[in-house]
Design a protein around this ligand. Structure first.
Ligand code: ASP
Length: 331
């Protein structure tokens, strides 16, 4: 199986690949360097599909645009890419062969919108934004979310691409649900940005764990779990096993730890330590779990931490668009 970590498209990602080679950055270097120069605007996003997503976000941020518009535009790139198997169109289906999407968005004024278990809509992040801006609610799920999306003019589309369908049929031969750490059968794009006016926003979108039970919802559409923004403090987003992120109310925790004075990286690390501790308490095997957080504070400092080695994230600021390997609990 092709893993996103190992797979860099030759044409579209050529410049990104060069950056990965050139930078091979480590976070201590980045956070130290960044601390002295704290720049804005800046955008961070999870995994290497974040490089392309950041470019779209930067288009907005570099023109003095709003962080909210930037994160929506950014995450729509992997959502619309049929070759990305873990987000939006082309995402892997649940065990019944249905592609169900989770997404949420949060702005600098604590406006929030979210959709969960949404089918047939290519850009769940934009539906989440419409929930935020056009309804008295903050979250719509399943058929209700679909009906709302259709009422807003979003087209109904088949999201299950041929290759995903083939893989799902292959999986059906064993029907063994076992998300594999750092193998591409899940992953989320979480994106957080600080705009030139000093405002923070975030977006998070995924097709969730491949071959999940129908109706399963992960952390990604849950404000406080997969994403949190506090415009006075900072923002955080998560990827990995959603059940573990929800268990610790992950991104809210990271932001609260920054409020207590921790650096973005130290806050992510403490949240990961909590995942590790609860995993041990529950007598589960840490080897089967991946959780990664990225965080950005109000000053433009950023950092990350994850359970298993292998998580990376993309940072675009005035110095360019770089992929950074996150530091991890398991080496
Ligand atoms: N957090 C996502 C979920 O649990 C998946 C991922 O990011 O790997 O649905």
């Amino acid at each position: 199986m092709t893993t996103r970590r190992n797979f860099i498209k030759t044409s579209a990602f050529a410049s990104a690949a060069l950056l990965v080679d050139k930078v091979n950055a480590n976070e201590e270097f980045t956070s130290k360097e960044h601390k002295s120069e704290a720049l804005k605007p800046i955008v961070l996003s999870t995994w290497n599909f974040g490089l392309k997503a950041n470019e779209a976000a930067w288009e907005v941020l570099s023109k003095n645009g709003r962080a909210l518009d930037a994160v929506e535009a950014g995450v729509k790139i992997p959502e619309g890419d049929p070759t990305e198997r873990s987000v939006g169109y082309g995402g892997r289906p649940d065990r019944d062969g249905r592609v169900t999407l989770d997404a949420c968005i949060m702005d600098e004024n604590a406006n929030i919108g979210s959709v969960a278990c949404l089918e047939f809509i290519k850009h769940p992040i934009s539906v989440a934004r419409a929930v935020m801006e056009k309804t008295p609610h903050v979250m719509l799920v399943g058929d209700g979310a679909l009906q709302f999306a259709l009422s807003q003019g979003f087209p109904k589309e088949n999201l299950l691409v041929d290759d995903s369908e083939k893989e799902w049929k292959e999986w059906m031969k064993t029907s063994n649900y076992k998300p594999i750490v750092n193998i591409e059968n899940h992953d989320t794009i979480g994106m957080i940005a600080l705009d030139a006016n000093g405002n923070l926003s975030g977006a998070c979108t995924t097709s969730g764990m491949a071959y999940k039970m129908h109706g399963r919802v992960g952390d990604s559409p849950i404000i406080g779990a997969g994403l949190y923004v506090d415009n006075e403090i900072g923002a955080a987003t998560a990827t990995g096993h959603g059940e573990e992120v929800i268990r610790i109310a992950g991104c809210h925790l990271v932001v609260e730890l920054m409020r207590q004075g921790k650096s973005p990286k130290a806050a992510c690390k403490e949240a990961v330590n909590r995942v590790v501790k609860l995993t041990a308490n529950r007598k589960k095997n840490l080897k089967d779990i991946q959780v990664g957080f990225i965080a950005l504070n109000k000053k433009g400092e950023y950092g990350s931490y994850c359970v298993q080695n292998g998580f990376n994230y993309a940072v675009y600021d005035a110095k360019g668009n770089n992929l950074i390997n996150a530091d991890s609990y398991m080496k």
